[in-house]
Structure formats: C-alpha cells, structure tokens
Design a binder for this molecule. Structure first.
Ligand code: SF4
Length: 460
C-alpha cells in the first residue's frame, strides 16, 4: 500500500532520512541528509516544506550538490562552459562532446533566495553599478566577482539580439570585468510573410525559413567554437547523439508534467516540479544523473497516481503559473492557499519540447532556439499559455512578476488580457522578490482570494 504523501520541514526530513537509512535506503554519491546543506549557507531550506519521497530527497541533493559537482569535474580534467541566456540549446551541443560540462551561471539568480541573502551577491552587484533596477540575474556578477560559488568557466557563450535588456547589459558588464564571451545572435522571431517559406518549430510557433537558416549559421559558429575549445570535432553524428540524450531528458519531464499537472490529485508538489523542470536547461551539470533523478520522480508519481493519492488535496484549484519565482517558498504558499500548479511557462518551455530528430542536427537546434517564447511576440507566448491551460484544465492564471525584470514590465499585462478574453478565467499578477517573508501575508491573501474566486465559480 502507498503511504499518503506529505510535506516535511527540514527537521522532519532529517528524522525521516535517518529512518530511511535504517530501512536500507541506497543513495548516489551526493546523497545525505538535507540538513547538511544549511551548513553550506542554504538557509532557505529551513523555511521550505518538501515532499517526503526518497525521489524528492535525491532531487534536492542533486540540485544542492551542483557547485561541488562542477568543482569535482574540473579536478577530474573536464572543461567547463558557462552558457548565458539561451536556456536549453547550447548545453545540448556542449554535452555532445567528451569531458565538457556546461552550466548556466545565470542560475545564480536563485542564490540570494536559497542563501537568504547571506551571500552578499546583490550587494556586490550594487557596487559594480548593477542595482535593483535589474532583475535578480545580477547576482551572477557577484558570483563571478566573489568566486565563492560555481568555478569560473573556461569558456563563456552568450546569446544576444532578441535577449532581455537585463541579461545583455549584465553580460556586457561581465565581459568588461575581464571574462571574455563568445557571442552568437538570436533574432527576434517574426511571423512569415505571405508566400514566404516557413518552418514549424517545436512548441507550435512558426518562423520564416530565412530566420531558421540564420540561426543555423550562428550555431555553426558555436559548433566550431566548442570544437576548438574541446579539441574534438563536433560532428553531426555526435550532435545527433547529444540531441537524442537531451530528448530522453525532455521525454521524462514530459511524462512527469503530464502526471503532475493533469492527475486528479497532483502526485508531486509544485516546488519539486519547479526544480525538476529546471533540470532541463543544463541537466544540473550531469546528464546521466539527471535522467536517473527524473526517472525516479516519474516512478514515484506513477506509483502515487495508481494508488490514487496526491501530494495536494484533489479539490485544490488548478492554477497555471507563468514565470519562475525568485523565492522558492512561493510554491509552498500557493498550495497552502488551496491551489495546485497545473501547467507552467517558466521562460524555458522550448527546453521542454523535444528537439526534431528527422532533420540535420544544427537545423534541429536552430528550430529549437528560435522556438524560445522569449524571442518572439508576447502574443506567441500567450497563445502557448492558453493552449497549455486548456490541455491541463487550468482554472486560473498566476502571473508571477520578477522584480526589476525588463521582460515583465508589460508582457504580463498582455498575456493576462489574452487569457481573460480567450478562456474567461481569473488572472492575478503577483510580484515575488528573492525573499518573500515581509510580504508573505499579502501574497497569501491574494492567492487565497484567487482560489476563492475559482471555487465560487465552479458549477456544483
Ligand atoms: S528574469 Fe527576465 S529580465 Fe531577468 S534575465 Fe531572465 S528573462 Fe531577463
């Protein structure tokens, strides 16, 4: 019989860990009690409620051991590539090579939250002239300056062009600080004109064939850069294998999302699902282990679904969540307020959609890069949100604003309006800073009001 899933505080988790170990739990090398990560400064764990499954334990340990994993990879002779902004394309190329590990330094975005600002990264960014008028990605500058987090990559590759102002400005500042960057251009995706050759992209958007060809040429430059860097030819065969492995990750995530967002009782909580989705962009620096972690989550979700048990009450209001939260705790708050996540667009849906495998690899990667919802019109993003909301039966939309983020200033309002008109569901826009403690009552009240609105409108 499957036990009823529940959420545990950190202290409760450490007691459960002891019981699991006594019961014969087998763990990978990075396993251990979650409480030890607090000693490394990850103070936010003390305020989170985490799923009680061994699969979730492995997920958290995998996430929180990434800096050690990167340092270890360097010690073992691997070369490190820091990828900026494209969220999901260049890492597929880098992981097609031997002894190359790629990661997103932009992920420093979450360090002020996870370390409850004890890291001082935002203060360093302030001193470097990148203040709170920028989004939390400015923490990356602090991480490069302090060198106290991820190892400084041997190569940096960044996409520019149809990129948000925050990342462009911060990446330029980074280069000015003495970290050379290989730039490649991603154009603003436009609709094909009448009679113009067009290409259907993964995820449902359509782009002019000329734009796909342009991105393909840009990625050819990236391919040559990576091959020189690694001292290996990055052949089509290698790239095709790399795409195949990335697609295995994406398919596992597809299964997980399907169960988590459509089952009558969500088999996994929103917080663990957010972290699982994040693994898609660079595999948390270990592609094989990423597949193992996701495989175990899929098994757990399947077990719970078959047993008809969920991590969240079946009557919870089905919410589609737009944009990642700067404070992970917000996902707990939603569920405490009576909601559950049924669909997401965390700025990287293109990293979740399978890459085409029936065309040459750089063509496939170009289509995938151009499918990024952030490089086109917000209307394209709104269309995708509406489609996924219908597919997952979402009853409301939460637009989670990111403080200082240039892409949030108008886009949320546009997407909210489209969703209201098309689906007639309630929409709420909330701002989630890296630490929500001071405003948690407000956030909770707004989410509770949304939940009540939906419940009142349900047909008896
Ligand atoms: S959160 Fe928005 S503004 Fe900040 S780096 Fe990401 S896309 Fe750019």
């Amino acid at each position: 019989m499957t036990e009823l899933p529940c959420k545990l505080t950190l202290d409760q988790w450490d007691r459960r860990y002891d019981a699991l170990v006594a019961g014969g739990l087998r763990e990978p090398s990075y396993g251990g009690p979650l409480g030890r990560h607090v000693d490394d400064g990850n103070l936010r764990l003390c305020k989170l409620q985490m799923d009680d499954s061994p699969a979730a334990l492995r997920l958290w340990n995998f996430l929180l051991s990434e800096e050690d994993r990167l340092a270890d990879a360097r010690r073992r002779g691997a070369r490190l590539v820091g990828v900026l902004k494209d969220l999901g394309t260049v890492p597929v190329m880098a992981y097609s090579l031997d002894r190359v590990v790629a990661f997103y330094p932009d992920g420093a975005w979450w360090i002020p939250c996870v370390m409850e600002q004890s890291d001082g990264l935002l203060a360093i960014a302030d001193r470097l002239g990148v203040d709170e008028s920028f989004c939390p990605v400015r923490a990356m500058l602090g991480a490069f300056e302090s060198q106290a987090h991820f190892p400084i990559p041997d190569l940096l590759i960044a996409s520019v062009g149809a990129t948000c102002d925050d990342l462009s400005a911060i990446a330029q500042r980074l280069e000015g600080m003495g970290h050379p960057i290989f730039w490649w251009e991603i154009p603003h995706r436009r609709p094909p004109e009448a009679g113009e050759d067009a290409v259907h992209l993964p995820g449902g958007c359509v782009a002019p064939a000329a734009q796909v060809a342009f991105v393909r040429d840009e990625l050819e430059r990236v391919r040559q850069c990576l091959a020189r860097f690694a001292g290996q030819e990055l052949t089509d065969a290698r790239l095709a294998e790399g795409i195949g492995r990335a697609n295995r990750v994406r398919r596992l995530l597809g299964q997980l999302r399907q169960m988590a967002y459509s089952a009558p009782a969500a088999p996994l909580p929103a917080l663990e699902m957010l972290i699982a989705e994040m693994l898609a962009i660079h595999f948390c620096s270990d592609q094989n282990e990423c597949m193992a972690v996701l495989g175990e989550l899929v098994e757990e979700a399947r077990r719970r679904e078959r047993a008809g048990v969920g991590a969240v009450a079946p009557e919870a209001v089905r919410v589609f969540w737009l944009n990642p939260v700067a404070d992970l705790r917000a996902m707990n708050v939603l569920e405490d307020a009576g909601g559950r996540v049924c669909g997401t667009e965390y700025l990287f849906s293109h990293a979740l959609d399978p890459i085409d495998e029936d065309v040459p690899p750089t063509e496939a990667l170009a289509r995938s890069a151009l499918a990024d919802l952030m490089v086109g019109s917000p209307i394209d993003r709104a269309e995708r949100v509406c489609r996924d909301m219908r597919a997952f039966g979402a009853e409301a939309l939460v637009i989670s604003r990111i403080p200082g983020a240039s892409h949030c200033s108008l886009e949320g309002a546009i997407i909210g309006e489209v969703v209201r008109q098309r689906l007639g569901v309630p929409v709420v826009e909330v701002e989630v800073p890296p630490l929500t403690d001071a405003m948690e009552p407000t956030l909770r009240t707004r989410l509770e009001a949304l939940v009540e609105t939906v419940r009142d409108g349900r047909t008896p």
